[in-house]
Design a protein around this ligand. Structure first.
Ligand SMILES: *Cc1c(COP(=O)(O)O)cnc(C)c1O
Length: 385
């Protein structure tokens, strides 16, 4: 008798042969940008902790106090008994921070997006999605059963043509605000104008802009100064905010609808109140420690100045995400390995996370890095190139 999982075993062997099998690394200790792995300290450029807040003493203290006051588990979903005063206060503070009327807090960005999109649109409706959108937006679109329209990355003429031709009852445009593997920013003001013209809603996923872009880190919508009742703003809180979770902020009617209809909100146990307290502390630090964003910008400029003569393309990106496109999967893995031998940790990102033939080193910078850290990376990149 063949093994019941023989087919999966074959598929795994094929993944390994194509250099597409992934492996988890066990991280033992994290201090700023330094991670201890296998007893060895590595200078890491692989985290989305863009402001260096995951280790911030004020957040750690808020978590400790939050655990002492509220315990470590919410016990039930928010609509039953899991919604605490800490969650309520966090939602009000998040809404005020991004300048929108009301916010709803979710356990993670993935969970938020697969709940939001199916609550917004369904059969007979149409969704318009950038080809490079994050996987959880894609999954949300699939779950919604609305008619999907995928437009080429950043191609507003294609989006316009799709909107004009669509017979969809409701129309929803969804986009990453900062694209997670390229670091470029979506043209939100132009997209909003198209949405106004075609009476569509605009949902933006600001996972990589919240805390980083805009005045006081208020995000990519604030960066562009856009404001509209048809804007549905979503951001995650496990990246620059340094903890965990996500939120959506929008018009109060829309948020009330999501509270009633987003299944991943309704049927999931609420996040522990201690996390909400941690995030409230994070919001205060994001607003008050502007030097973290200034340092990040200075490091981005320093890195870009140091990579101009490398043989790989370094697409335009003013954000913390700085990809070096290498091309072949194996070459990208070899580059990662070469850096690793020099005590540096930069992840190689391969398909299906990025399009075929665009395997890359995804360098992510953080306010936790120093100028000397970036110089060390630049030197190592020249050595392996
Ligand atoms: C990381 C990410 C998410 C998922 O957020 P989590 O809180 O990590 O689940 C969603 N959208 C984008 C664009 C992301 O980069």
């Amino acid at each position: 008798m063949t093994h019941p999982f023989a087919e999966l075993d074959t598929a795994l062997t094929e993944l390994r042969a194509a250099h597409l099998a992934r492996r988890r690394v066990i991280v033992e200790g994290v201090a700023g940008a330094h991670y201890r792995v296998d007893g060895r300290s590595l200078l890491a450029f692989c985290s989305n902790d863009y402001l260096g807040l995951a280790q911030h003493p004020a957040l750690i203290e808020a978590a400790r106090e939050g655990a002492a006051r509220h315990g470590v588990g919410a016990g039930a979903s928010p609509l039953v008994s899991g919604h605490s005063a800490a969650h309520e206060a966090l939602e009000a503070e998040l809404a005020a921070f991004v300048g929108l009327p009301r916010a709803l807090y979710f356990g993670s960005g993935y969970v938020a997006n697969i709940g939001l999109i199916p609550a917004l649109v369904g059969r007979g409706d149409a969704v318009f999605s950038d080809a490079l959108n994050h996987a959880c937006l894609i999954d949300g679109v699939r779950l919604s059963r609305a008619e999907p329209h995928i437009y080429p990355h950043g191609d507003l003429a294609a989006l316009e043509a799709q909107l004009a031709a669509s017979p969809g009852r409701r129309k929803l445009v969804v986009t990453d605000a900062v694209f997670s593997m390229d670091g470029d920013v979506a043209p939100l003001p132009e997209m909003l104008r198209l949405c106004e013209r075609f009476n569509a809603w605009l949902m933006i996923d600001d996972a990589h802009g919240f805390g980083v872009l805009g005045p006081d880190g208020r995000g990519t919508a604030a960066h562009f100064g856009i404001d509209s009742p048809r804007l549905i703003y979503m951001a995650t809180l496990g990246k620059a905010a340094g903890s965990a979770g996500a939120f959506v902020a929008a018009d109060p009617t829309m948020v009330e609808w999501l509270l009633q209809r987003a299944r991943s909100y309704i049927f999931a146990t609420a996040t522990p109140a201690m996390v909400a307290e941690t995030l409230r502390a994070s919001l205060r630090v994001i607003a008050s420690e502007g030097w973290r964003r200034e340092r990040l910008q200075a490091l981005v400029a320093r890195l870009r100045a140091g990579t101009v003569d490398l043989p790989w393309s370094h697409p335009e990106s003013a954000t913390a995400i700085q990809p070096l496109i290498i091309g072949a999967n194996e070459a990208a893995l070899a580059a990662m390995q070469g850096l690793r031998e020099r005590g540096l940790w930069v992840p190689a990102i391969r398909p299906p996370t990025v399009p075929d033939g665009t395997a890359r080193l995804r360098i992510s910078l953080s306010a936790a890095h120093t100028e000397a850290d970036v110089d060390r990376l630049v030197t190592a990149l020249h050595e392996i190139a």
